[in-house]
Ligand binder design. Structure first.
Ligand SMILES: CC(=O)N[C@H]1[C@@H](O[C@@H]2[C@H](O)[C@H](O)[C@@H](O)[C@H](O)[C@H]2O)O[C@H](CO)[C@@H](O)[C@@H]1O
Ligand SMILES: [Zn+2]
Length: 293
């Protein structure tokens, strides 16, 4: 029986920015991977002029356009095999915007989702896919975006419920063996920033502490993605309204033009389930370590 991995993300681009290398690596190893995205990213900014009028308040077509970017990015990570999957279907919930913006008042904003409806929907996906491992964000959503925090809360509740007799109309119980948070490790980020290489003049270096990261001591699992860095870079570039990749491929930026390193490892914190085999560094190097698939 093949190993199965579910990653739950807020917007198109998050899957690649935080877990793109892990997705590409496990797909190459024959793992059944599903990326579940909760909104279309309708409230995003747009890099460049060409698609700038798609934004909310003008054509309000960015969400639809980002479906195509997500399809292209997943194609780069999977050799064309992986397609987007949206929670309750594309467009059901809307990007809530950054903290403090009025877009959180939109009736379909993800932060306003009915909790039982959203948790039940993720439970149904879990019971349908029967993943051994689930990945989502930490309690602050990585960097505090309201949709990321909501994804953390909804996914955590769904993983806790999926194996119980709760939500009886949402399929037969299935308890994933492990739940991880995707995180940025502080030491890896610092080393990446110190070794950033040539970046476009318009990009700036982050101020000390400006980019969120967790202490290395909190990281339980490290996935080496050196073998799939090309796929990750191509997938980042596919999210062209949201992400720019430097000519040397060693850094990327969002619309804020803050330079960030394309790291050769992705980091995780195991928060539910048993640790598997650990290396000399005391870390797991496989999300499926210790899982009987
Ligand atoms: C990576 C991520 O979660 N991107 C979100 C985020 O986009 C940022 C936001 O527009 C911010 O104002 C910019 O400075 C930053 O550069 C963007 O990455 O929030 C968007 C709105 O909710 C969302 O669509 C995007 O996917
Ligand atoms: Zn996001």
């Amino acid at each position: 029986m093949s190993r199965r991995l579910l990653l739950v993300h807020a917007h198109p681009d998050d899957e690649t920015i935080t877990t793109g290398g892990t997705i590409a690596r496990y797909l190459a190893e024959g793992v059944e991977v599903t990326v579940l995205t909760c909104t279309l990213g309708e409230e995003g900014e747009v890099i460049g002029e060409r698609w700038s009028q798609l934004v909310t308040g003008q054509a309000d077509q960015l969400g639809g356009y980002r479906i195509a970017e997500l399809k292209a990015a997943l194609g780069e990570l999977s050799g064309g095999a992986l397609a987007p999957r949206f929670l309750c279907g594309a467009g059901h919930w809307r990007d809530s915007g950054m903290a403090g913006t009025p877009s959180a008042e939109h009736p379909r904003a993800f932060v306003r989702a009915d909790r039982d409806e959203a948790v039940g929907a993720v439970v149904e996906v879990i019971r349908d896919l029967r993943p051994h491992v689930v990945v989502t964000y930490d309690p602050v959503g990585g960097y505090g975006h309201p949709d990321h925090i909501q994804v953390h809360r909804i996914t955590t509740a769904a993983v806790e419920a999926a194996g119980t007799d709760g939500f009886p109309d949402r399929g037969a119980p299935w308890e994933p063996a492990k739940l991880y948070w995707t995180v940025t490790e502080d030491d890896a980020l610092a080393a990446g920033l110190a070794d950033l290489g040539d970046r476009p003049d318009a990009w700036r270096m982050p101020h000390p502490g400006e980019l969120p990261a967790v202490p290395a001591a909190e990281v339980t699992t490290e996935i080496d993605i050196r073998g799939v860095l090309g796929e990750k870079r191509a997938a980042l570039a596919a999210h062209a309204t949201q992400v720019l990749v430097s000519p040397d491929g060693r850094s990327y930026t969002l619309s804020n033009l803050i330079a960030q390193p394309v790291l050769d490892r992705e980091h995780f914190v195991l928060v539910r389930g048993r640790h598997g085999e650990r290396g000399p560094d005391g870390r797991e190097h496989d999300l499926f370590a210790g899982v009987r698939a």
